[in-house]
Design a protein around this ligand. Structure first.
Ligand code: F0G
Length: 461
Protein backbone atom coordinates (compact mmCIF):
# COMPACT_ATOMS: atom_id res chain seq x y z
CA UNK A 1 0.00 0.00 0.00
CA UNK A 2 1.01 3.60 -0.59
CA UNK A 3 3.01 5.45 2.09
CA UNK A 4 1.75 8.87 3.13
CA UNK A 5 3.40 11.84 1.41
CA UNK A 6 4.52 13.28 4.77
CA UNK A 7 6.58 10.17 5.52
CA UNK A 8 9.33 10.84 2.97
CA UNK A 9 10.98 13.64 0.98
CA UNK A 10 12.12 13.91 -2.63
CA UNK A 11 14.78 11.23 -3.22
CA UNK A 12 17.07 13.65 -5.09
CA UNK A 13 18.94 16.95 -4.79
CA UNK A 14 18.28 19.69 -7.32
CA UNK A 15 21.57 20.64 -9.04
CA UNK A 16 20.39 22.79 -11.93
CA UNK A 17 17.41 25.12 -11.97
CA UNK A 18 15.51 27.06 -14.59
CA UNK A 19 14.05 30.32 -13.30
CA UNK A 20 10.32 30.76 -13.82
CA UNK A 21 8.11 33.69 -12.96
CA UNK A 22 4.41 34.28 -13.24
CA UNK A 23 3.54 37.13 -15.59
CA UNK A 24 0.73 39.50 -14.57
CA UNK A 25 -2.88 38.65 -15.07
CA UNK A 26 -3.79 41.37 -17.65
CA UNK A 27 -0.90 40.13 -19.84
CA UNK A 28 -2.10 36.54 -19.48
CA UNK A 29 -5.59 37.63 -20.51
CA UNK A 30 -4.20 39.32 -23.61
CA UNK A 31 -1.94 36.37 -24.49
CA UNK A 32 -4.71 33.79 -24.27
CA UNK A 33 -7.02 36.00 -26.36
CA UNK A 34 -4.27 36.36 -28.98
CA UNK A 35 -3.80 32.58 -28.85
CA UNK A 36 -7.44 32.12 -29.92
CA UNK A 37 -8.20 30.74 -26.44
CA UNK A 38 -6.08 27.69 -27.21
CA UNK A 39 -3.20 26.93 -24.81
CA UNK A 40 -1.26 25.14 -27.59
CA UNK A 41 -0.70 28.55 -29.19
CA UNK A 42 0.84 30.13 -26.07
CA UNK A 43 4.56 30.88 -25.92
CA UNK A 44 5.79 28.55 -23.17
CA UNK A 45 7.70 31.29 -21.34
CA UNK A 46 4.35 32.89 -20.54
CA UNK A 47 3.37 29.72 -18.64
CA UNK A 48 4.24 29.52 -14.94
CA UNK A 49 3.53 25.84 -14.27
CA UNK A 50 3.36 23.79 -17.45
CA UNK A 51 1.26 20.65 -17.12
CA UNK A 52 0.49 20.29 -20.82
CA UNK A 53 2.30 16.96 -20.96
CA UNK A 54 4.58 14.59 -19.08
CA UNK A 55 6.19 13.67 -22.40
CA UNK A 56 9.74 14.80 -23.10
CA UNK A 57 9.57 17.15 -20.12
CA UNK A 58 11.46 15.11 -17.48
CA UNK A 59 14.51 16.48 -15.69
CA UNK A 60 17.36 14.14 -16.54
CA UNK A 61 19.74 12.99 -13.82
CA UNK A 62 23.45 13.75 -13.43
CA UNK A 63 24.02 10.13 -14.48
CA UNK A 64 22.11 10.66 -17.72
CA UNK A 65 23.77 14.01 -18.45
CA UNK A 66 27.22 12.58 -17.90
CA UNK A 67 26.32 9.81 -20.36
CA UNK A 68 25.32 12.46 -22.90
CA UNK A 69 28.93 13.70 -22.84
CA UNK A 70 30.01 10.26 -23.98
CA UNK A 71 27.89 10.30 -27.12
CA UNK A 72 29.49 8.51 -30.05
CA UNK A 73 27.79 10.09 -33.02
CA UNK A 74 28.88 7.51 -35.60
CA UNK A 75 26.38 6.72 -38.33
CA UNK A 76 26.88 2.98 -37.82
CA UNK A 77 27.80 0.94 -34.75
CA UNK A 78 27.86 3.66 -32.08
CA UNK A 79 28.82 2.27 -28.67
CA UNK A 80 25.77 4.03 -27.22
CA UNK A 81 23.56 1.90 -29.45
CA UNK A 82 24.98 -1.24 -27.85
CA UNK A 83 24.43 0.18 -24.35
CA UNK A 84 20.86 0.98 -25.33
CA UNK A 85 20.26 -2.45 -26.89
CA UNK A 86 21.57 -4.12 -23.72
CA UNK A 87 19.35 -1.94 -21.51
CA UNK A 88 16.23 -2.93 -23.47
CA UNK A 89 17.27 -6.58 -23.20
CA UNK A 90 17.86 -6.29 -19.43
CA UNK A 91 14.75 -4.30 -18.58
CA UNK A 92 12.25 -5.76 -21.05
CA UNK A 93 13.77 -9.06 -22.06
CA UNK A 94 13.45 -8.31 -25.80
CA UNK A 95 16.55 -9.11 -27.87
CA UNK A 96 15.93 -7.04 -30.97
CA UNK A 97 15.41 -3.30 -30.76
CA UNK A 98 14.78 -0.64 -33.37
CA UNK A 99 15.42 2.92 -32.14
CA UNK A 100 13.09 5.65 -33.43
CA UNK A 101 12.80 9.42 -33.01
CA UNK A 102 9.86 9.05 -30.59
CA UNK A 103 6.90 6.79 -29.77
CA UNK A 104 4.86 7.51 -32.87
CA UNK A 105 7.85 6.58 -35.06
CA UNK A 106 7.78 3.17 -33.35
CA UNK A 107 4.02 2.89 -33.93
CA UNK A 108 4.47 3.72 -37.59
CA UNK A 109 6.89 0.80 -37.96
CA UNK A 110 4.79 -1.68 -35.96
CA UNK A 111 1.65 -0.90 -37.96
CA UNK A 112 3.45 -1.17 -41.29
CA UNK A 113 4.86 -4.58 -40.40
CA UNK A 114 1.61 -6.06 -39.09
CA UNK A 115 -1.52 -4.17 -40.17
CA UNK A 116 -3.39 -4.45 -43.49
CA UNK A 117 -6.42 -2.49 -44.71
CA UNK A 118 -9.60 -3.90 -43.20
CA UNK A 119 -7.81 -5.26 -40.10
CA UNK A 120 -9.05 -4.63 -36.57
CA UNK A 121 -6.43 -3.81 -33.95
CA UNK A 122 -7.61 -4.73 -30.45
CA UNK A 123 -6.36 -3.01 -27.32
CA UNK A 124 -7.48 -1.93 -23.85
CA UNK A 125 -7.68 1.70 -25.03
CA UNK A 126 -5.47 2.95 -27.83
CA UNK A 127 -3.67 6.27 -27.42
CA UNK A 128 -4.50 8.95 -30.06
CA UNK A 129 -1.36 8.54 -32.17
CA UNK A 130 -1.74 4.75 -32.08
CA UNK A 131 -5.30 5.12 -33.25
CA UNK A 132 -4.12 7.53 -35.96
CA UNK A 133 -1.59 5.02 -37.31
CA UNK A 134 -4.17 2.23 -37.33
CA UNK A 135 -6.60 4.45 -39.27
CA UNK A 136 -3.85 5.50 -41.69
CA UNK A 137 -3.40 1.82 -42.55
CA UNK A 138 -7.11 1.60 -43.40
CA UNK A 139 -7.72 -0.54 -40.33
CA UNK A 140 -10.04 -0.16 -37.34
CA UNK A 141 -8.90 0.54 -33.77
CA UNK A 142 -11.06 -1.39 -31.28
CA UNK A 143 -10.99 -0.70 -27.52
CA UNK A 144 -11.77 -3.61 -25.18
CA UNK A 145 -11.49 -1.72 -21.87
CA UNK A 146 -13.44 -3.19 -18.95
CA UNK A 147 -16.51 -1.11 -18.04
CA UNK A 148 -15.08 0.27 -14.79
CA UNK A 149 -12.45 2.09 -16.85
CA UNK A 150 -15.09 4.38 -18.35
CA UNK A 151 -16.67 5.33 -15.00
CA UNK A 152 -15.10 8.60 -13.93
CA UNK A 153 -16.30 8.72 -10.34
CA UNK A 154 -15.94 5.03 -9.48
CA UNK A 155 -12.95 4.11 -7.28
CA UNK A 156 -11.45 0.83 -8.47
CA UNK A 157 -7.97 -0.60 -8.85
CA UNK A 158 -6.64 -1.36 -12.32
CA UNK A 159 -9.09 0.65 -14.40
CA UNK A 160 -6.82 0.07 -17.39
CA UNK A 161 -7.76 -3.62 -17.50
CA UNK A 162 -9.19 -5.39 -20.53
CA UNK A 163 -12.62 -6.93 -20.52
CA UNK A 164 -11.26 -10.36 -21.46
CA UNK A 165 -14.62 -11.69 -22.62
CA UNK A 166 -15.07 -8.70 -24.90
CA UNK A 167 -11.54 -9.23 -26.23
CA UNK A 168 -12.39 -12.82 -27.11
CA UNK A 169 -15.72 -11.83 -28.67
CA UNK A 170 -13.96 -9.27 -30.84
CA UNK A 171 -11.32 -11.80 -31.94
CA UNK A 172 -14.03 -14.33 -32.83
CA UNK A 173 -15.77 -11.88 -35.17
CA UNK A 174 -12.91 -12.58 -37.60
CA UNK A 175 -9.69 -13.89 -36.15
CA UNK A 176 -7.83 -13.44 -39.45
CA UNK A 177 -8.42 -9.70 -39.38
CA UNK A 178 -6.72 -9.27 -36.00
CA UNK A 179 -2.97 -8.73 -36.46
CA UNK A 180 -2.15 -8.50 -32.72
CA UNK A 181 -3.42 -7.35 -29.33
CA UNK A 182 -1.94 -4.14 -27.88
CA UNK A 183 -1.71 -3.59 -24.11
CA UNK A 184 -1.20 0.08 -23.21
CA UNK A 185 0.46 0.46 -19.79
CA UNK A 186 -0.60 2.60 -18.12
CA UNK A 187 -3.78 3.52 -19.98
CA UNK A 188 -3.29 7.21 -20.80
CA UNK A 189 -6.68 8.07 -22.25
CA UNK A 190 -8.73 7.25 -19.17
CA UNK A 191 -6.45 8.78 -16.56
CA UNK A 192 -3.12 6.91 -16.53
CA UNK A 193 -4.86 3.87 -15.05
CA UNK A 194 -2.83 0.69 -14.55
CA UNK A 195 -3.34 -2.83 -15.90
CA UNK A 196 -2.93 -5.72 -13.45
CA UNK A 197 -0.54 -8.63 -13.95
CA UNK A 198 -3.46 -11.01 -13.72
CA UNK A 199 -5.20 -9.19 -16.56
CA UNK A 200 -2.02 -9.14 -18.68
CA UNK A 201 -1.69 -12.90 -18.12
CA UNK A 202 -5.34 -13.24 -19.18
CA UNK A 203 -4.68 -11.30 -22.40
CA UNK A 204 -1.78 -13.64 -23.15
CA UNK A 205 -3.88 -16.74 -22.68
CA UNK A 206 -6.74 -15.41 -24.86
CA UNK A 207 -4.20 -14.43 -27.54
CA UNK A 208 -2.54 -17.87 -27.34
CA UNK A 209 -5.87 -19.58 -27.88
CA UNK A 210 -6.08 -17.85 -31.26
CA UNK A 211 -2.37 -17.78 -32.08
CA UNK A 212 -2.07 -13.98 -31.91
CA UNK A 213 0.94 -11.92 -30.90
CA UNK A 214 0.72 -9.51 -27.96
CA UNK A 215 2.52 -6.17 -27.93
CA UNK A 216 2.82 -3.53 -25.24
CA UNK A 217 2.62 0.22 -25.60
CA UNK A 218 5.22 0.61 -22.86
CA UNK A 219 5.34 4.42 -22.56
CA UNK A 220 4.63 4.27 -18.80
CA UNK A 221 5.63 0.67 -18.01
CA UNK A 222 7.50 1.43 -14.77
CA UNK A 223 4.56 3.40 -13.36
CA UNK A 224 2.37 0.40 -14.19
CA UNK A 225 4.80 -1.96 -12.43
CA UNK A 226 4.76 0.29 -9.37
CA UNK A 227 0.94 0.09 -9.16
CA UNK A 228 1.16 -3.71 -9.42
CA UNK A 229 3.61 -3.75 -6.52
CA UNK A 230 1.34 -1.55 -4.38
CA UNK A 231 -2.01 -3.07 -5.24
CA UNK A 232 -1.73 -6.65 -6.47
CA UNK A 233 -1.43 -9.50 -3.97
CA UNK A 234 1.83 -11.43 -4.30
CA UNK A 235 3.90 -8.55 -5.66
CA UNK A 236 4.45 -6.46 -2.54
CA UNK A 237 7.97 -7.79 -1.95
CA UNK A 238 9.13 -8.05 -5.56
CA UNK A 239 11.60 -5.55 -7.02
CA UNK A 240 10.09 -3.29 -9.72
CA UNK A 241 12.59 -4.63 -12.27
CA UNK A 242 11.29 -8.19 -11.75
CA UNK A 243 7.69 -7.05 -12.04
CA UNK A 244 8.43 -5.18 -15.29
CA UNK A 245 10.23 -8.22 -16.73
CA UNK A 246 7.32 -10.45 -15.83
CA UNK A 247 4.89 -8.05 -17.56
CA UNK A 248 6.98 -8.08 -20.72
CA UNK A 249 7.40 -11.86 -20.57
CA UNK A 250 3.73 -12.12 -21.63
CA UNK A 251 4.39 -10.09 -24.79
CA UNK A 252 6.13 -10.54 -28.13
CA UNK A 253 7.51 -7.02 -28.11
CA UNK A 254 6.67 -3.40 -27.42
CA UNK A 255 6.60 0.12 -28.74
CA UNK A 256 7.83 2.81 -26.41
CA UNK A 257 7.77 6.55 -26.22
CA UNK A 258 10.99 6.96 -24.24
CA UNK A 259 9.89 10.56 -23.52
CA UNK A 260 7.93 9.18 -20.56
CA UNK A 261 9.38 6.30 -18.57
CA UNK A 262 12.89 6.38 -20.07
CA UNK A 263 13.18 9.86 -18.53
CA UNK A 264 14.51 11.52 -21.70
CA UNK A 265 13.51 14.55 -23.74
CA UNK A 266 13.43 12.74 -27.09
CA UNK A 267 13.51 9.13 -28.29
CA UNK A 268 11.56 5.93 -28.68
CA UNK A 269 11.83 2.37 -29.93
CA UNK A 270 10.06 -0.76 -31.02
CA UNK A 271 11.45 -4.05 -29.71
CA UNK A 272 10.80 -7.69 -30.60
CA UNK A 273 11.43 -11.15 -29.28
CA UNK A 274 11.42 -12.63 -32.78
CA UNK A 275 14.23 -11.80 -35.21
CA UNK A 276 11.92 -12.13 -38.23
CA UNK A 277 9.77 -9.31 -36.87
CA UNK A 278 12.93 -7.26 -36.38
CA UNK A 279 14.07 -7.89 -39.94
CA UNK A 280 10.77 -6.65 -41.31
CA UNK A 281 10.79 -3.65 -38.98
CA UNK A 282 14.17 -2.34 -40.14
CA UNK A 283 12.82 -2.19 -43.70
CA UNK A 284 10.62 0.63 -42.42
CA UNK A 285 13.13 2.06 -39.98
CA UNK A 286 15.92 2.76 -42.46
CA UNK A 287 13.91 4.93 -44.89
CA UNK A 288 11.77 6.70 -42.25
CA UNK A 289 13.90 6.93 -39.10
CA UNK A 290 17.55 6.29 -39.99
CA UNK A 291 20.09 3.49 -39.98
CA UNK A 292 19.54 0.57 -37.59
CA UNK A 293 21.99 1.76 -34.94
CA UNK A 294 20.67 5.30 -34.56
CA UNK A 295 17.06 5.51 -35.81
CA UNK A 296 16.73 9.30 -35.91
CA UNK A 297 18.64 9.88 -32.66
CA UNK A 298 22.12 11.04 -31.78
CA UNK A 299 24.43 8.66 -29.90
CA UNK A 300 24.04 10.86 -26.82
CA UNK A 301 20.26 10.41 -26.92
CA UNK A 302 20.66 6.63 -27.05
CA UNK A 303 22.95 6.78 -24.00
CA UNK A 304 20.45 8.90 -22.05
CA UNK A 305 17.69 6.39 -22.88
CA UNK A 306 19.86 3.42 -21.88
CA UNK A 307 20.54 5.02 -18.51
CA UNK A 308 16.97 6.27 -18.04
CA UNK A 309 15.50 2.81 -18.60
CA UNK A 310 17.42 1.50 -15.60
CA UNK A 311 16.97 4.61 -13.49
CA UNK A 312 13.17 4.63 -13.79
CA UNK A 313 13.01 1.29 -11.94
CA UNK A 314 14.24 2.98 -8.75
CA UNK A 315 11.49 2.53 -6.24
CA UNK A 316 12.17 5.69 -4.28
CA UNK A 317 11.80 7.62 -7.51
CA UNK A 318 8.52 5.89 -8.40
CA UNK A 319 7.08 6.36 -4.92
CA UNK A 320 7.86 10.07 -5.08
CA UNK A 321 6.55 10.44 -8.62
CA UNK A 322 3.24 8.62 -8.17
CA UNK A 323 3.01 10.11 -4.65
CA UNK A 324 3.14 13.62 -6.08
CA UNK A 325 0.27 12.89 -8.45
CA UNK A 326 -1.72 11.45 -5.53
CA UNK A 327 -0.83 14.48 -3.43
CA UNK A 328 -2.26 16.92 -5.98
CA UNK A 329 -5.30 14.68 -6.41
CA UNK A 330 -5.85 14.71 -2.65
CA UNK A 331 -5.74 18.52 -2.48
CA UNK A 332 -8.30 18.78 -5.26
CA UNK A 333 -10.62 16.18 -3.76
CA UNK A 334 -10.48 18.07 -0.45
CA UNK A 335 -11.53 21.24 -2.28
CA UNK A 336 -14.48 19.50 -3.90
CA UNK A 337 -13.01 19.62 -7.40
CA UNK A 338 -14.35 16.68 -9.42
CA UNK A 339 -11.52 14.49 -10.75
CA UNK A 340 -11.14 11.03 -12.26
CA UNK A 341 -10.61 8.58 -9.40
CA UNK A 342 -8.44 6.97 -8.32
CA UNK A 343 -5.55 9.17 -9.48
CA UNK A 344 -3.42 7.37 -12.05
CA UNK A 345 0.28 7.44 -12.77
CA UNK A 346 1.10 10.64 -14.59
CA UNK A 347 -1.58 13.24 -14.05
CA UNK A 348 -4.88 14.49 -12.77
CA UNK A 349 -7.95 14.52 -14.98
CA UNK A 350 -10.57 17.10 -14.01
CA UNK A 351 -14.20 16.49 -14.89
CA UNK A 352 -15.07 19.80 -16.56
CA UNK A 353 -18.69 18.82 -17.22
CA UNK A 354 -19.22 18.59 -13.46
CA UNK A 355 -17.22 21.73 -12.62
CA UNK A 356 -18.89 23.94 -15.26
CA UNK A 357 -22.33 22.33 -15.64
CA UNK A 358 -23.88 25.53 -17.05
CA UNK A 359 -21.69 25.44 -20.19
CA UNK A 360 -23.21 23.29 -22.94
CA UNK A 361 -21.06 20.78 -24.86
CA UNK A 362 -20.99 22.92 -27.98
CA UNK A 363 -19.38 25.69 -25.93
CA UNK A 364 -16.51 23.43 -24.82
CA UNK A 365 -16.49 23.41 -21.00
CA UNK A 366 -13.08 21.67 -20.75
CA UNK A 367 -11.51 24.13 -23.16
CA UNK A 368 -13.01 27.00 -21.14
CA UNK A 369 -11.47 25.49 -18.00
CA UNK A 370 -7.97 25.34 -19.55
CA UNK A 371 -8.34 29.02 -20.43
CA UNK A 372 -9.44 30.01 -16.92
CA UNK A 373 -6.65 28.01 -15.28
CA UNK A 374 -4.11 29.89 -17.39
CA UNK A 375 -5.68 33.26 -16.60
CA UNK A 376 -5.96 32.44 -12.91
CA UNK A 377 -2.52 30.98 -12.22
CA UNK A 378 -0.47 30.83 -15.44
CA UNK A 379 -1.03 27.07 -15.35
CA UNK A 380 -1.30 25.13 -18.59
CA UNK A 381 -3.31 21.90 -18.77
CA UNK A 382 -4.81 20.28 -21.84
CA UNK A 383 -8.38 19.75 -23.00
CA UNK A 384 -9.43 16.13 -23.54
CA UNK A 385 -13.06 16.56 -24.38
CA UNK A 386 -15.35 17.85 -27.10
CA UNK A 387 -12.64 19.70 -28.99
CA UNK A 388 -10.03 16.90 -28.97
CA UNK A 389 -12.42 14.00 -29.55
CA UNK A 390 -15.67 15.50 -30.86
CA UNK A 391 -16.46 15.53 -34.57
CA UNK A 392 -19.26 16.12 -37.02
CA UNK A 393 -21.33 13.28 -38.45
CA UNK A 394 -20.02 12.83 -42.02
CA UNK A 395 -23.53 12.76 -43.55
CA UNK A 396 -25.76 14.84 -41.30
CA UNK A 397 -23.16 17.34 -40.04
CA UNK A 398 -24.54 16.83 -36.53
CA UNK A 399 -22.05 17.34 -33.67
CA UNK A 400 -20.99 14.07 -32.01
CA UNK A 401 -19.56 14.42 -28.51
CA UNK A 402 -17.30 12.02 -26.61
CA UNK A 403 -18.55 10.65 -23.30
CA UNK A 404 -15.93 12.48 -21.24
CA UNK A 405 -15.16 16.18 -20.99
CA UNK A 406 -11.83 16.35 -19.14
CA UNK A 407 -8.88 18.62 -18.53
CA UNK A 408 -5.60 16.76 -17.99
CA UNK A 409 -2.90 18.16 -15.74
CA UNK A 410 0.09 15.97 -16.65
CA UNK A 411 2.94 16.15 -14.17
CA UNK A 412 6.47 16.23 -15.64
CA UNK A 413 8.92 13.86 -13.93
CA UNK A 414 11.27 15.37 -11.29
CA UNK A 415 10.50 18.95 -12.41
CA UNK A 416 8.04 20.56 -9.99
CA UNK A 417 7.83 20.41 -6.20
CA UNK A 418 4.80 19.90 -3.99
CA UNK A 419 4.62 23.69 -3.52
CA UNK A 420 3.98 24.01 -7.24
CA UNK A 421 1.24 21.44 -6.81
CA UNK A 422 -0.23 23.50 -3.96
CA UNK A 423 -0.25 26.54 -6.30
CA UNK A 424 -2.15 24.53 -8.88
CA UNK A 425 -4.72 23.51 -6.27
CA UNK A 426 -5.11 27.14 -5.12
CA UNK A 427 -5.68 28.34 -8.67
CA UNK A 428 -8.28 25.65 -9.27
CA UNK A 429 -10.08 26.56 -6.05
CA UNK A 430 -10.22 30.18 -7.23
CA UNK A 431 -11.61 29.07 -10.59
CA UNK A 432 -14.18 26.91 -8.82
CA UNK A 433 -15.33 29.88 -6.71
CA UNK A 434 -16.17 31.92 -9.81
CA UNK A 435 -17.27 28.91 -11.88
CA UNK A 436 -20.84 30.09 -12.44
CA UNK A 437 -19.65 33.29 -14.14
CA UNK A 438 -17.29 31.51 -16.55
CA UNK A 439 -18.39 31.75 -20.16
CA UNK A 440 -18.19 29.09 -22.85
CA UNK A 441 -16.27 29.31 -26.13
CA UNK A 442 -17.25 29.35 -29.78
CA UNK A 443 -15.08 27.63 -32.41
CA UNK A 444 -13.92 30.05 -35.09
CA UNK A 445 -11.39 27.81 -36.85
CA UNK A 446 -10.96 24.04 -36.98
CA UNK A 447 -8.63 21.88 -39.06
CA UNK A 448 -10.11 18.73 -40.64
CA UNK A 449 -8.02 16.34 -38.46
CA UNK A 450 -6.65 16.65 -34.90
CA UNK A 451 -8.42 19.97 -34.60
CA UNK A 452 -7.55 20.65 -30.95
CA UNK A 453 -3.91 21.48 -31.72
CA UNK A 454 -4.71 24.45 -33.94
CA UNK A 455 -8.36 25.31 -33.17
CA UNK A 456 -9.24 28.96 -32.49
CA UNK A 457 -12.08 30.21 -30.33
CA UNK A 458 -13.94 33.33 -29.26
CA UNK A 459 -15.65 33.88 -25.92
CA UNK A 460 -19.42 33.48 -25.93
CA UNK A 461 -20.67 36.77 -24.49
N1 F0G B 1 1.58 5.94 -26.52
C1 F0G B 1 1.15 6.57 -25.41
C2 F0G B 1 0.42 5.79 -24.36
C3 F0G B 1 1.36 7.94 -25.27
O1 F0G B 1 0.90 8.57 -24.17
C4 F0G B 1 2.05 8.64 -26.28
C5 F0G B 1 2.30 10.08 -26.18
C6 F0G B 1 2.50 7.93 -27.41
C7 F0G B 1 2.24 6.57 -27.49
C8 F0G B 1 3.22 8.60 -28.53
O2 F0G B 1 4.52 8.88 -28.18
O3 F0G B 1 4.67 11.38 -28.25
O4 F0G B 1 6.72 9.95 -28.18
O5 F0G B 1 5.35 10.06 -30.23
N2 F0G B 1 1.73 10.83 -25.33
C9 F0G B 1 1.99 12.25 -25.12
C10 F0G B 1 1.04 12.79 -24.06
C11 F0G B 1 2.04 13.08 -26.35
O6 F0G B 1 1.04 14.01 -23.85
O7 F0G B 1 0.32 12.00 -23.44
P1 F0G B 1 5.35 10.14 -28.73
Amino acid sequence: MFRRREEYAEPYRIKVVEMIRPIDRPTREKLIRDAGYNVFALPSDSVYIDLLTDSGTAAMSDYQWSGMMMGDESYAGSKNYFHFRDAVKDVMGYEHVVPTHQGRGAEHILMNVFVKPGDRVLGNMHFDTTEGHILLKGAEPVNCLADAGYKVGVEADFKGNFDLELLETEIRKDRDKVPFVLVTVTCNNNGGQPVSMQNIRGVRSVADKYGLPVFFDAARFAENAYFIKQLEPGYEDKPIGDIAREMFSYGDGCTMSAKKDALVNIGGFVAFRNIEHYRQAIQWQIPFEGFVTYGGLAGRDLEAMARGLHEVLNEDYLEDRIGQVRYLGGLLIKSGIPIVRPTGGHGIYINAKALLPHIPRNEFPAQALTVELFIEGGIRGVELGGCAFGHKHPQTGEDLWPELELVRLAIPRRVYTDRHMAMVARALRAVKERASSIKGLKLTYEAPVLRHFTARFERVE
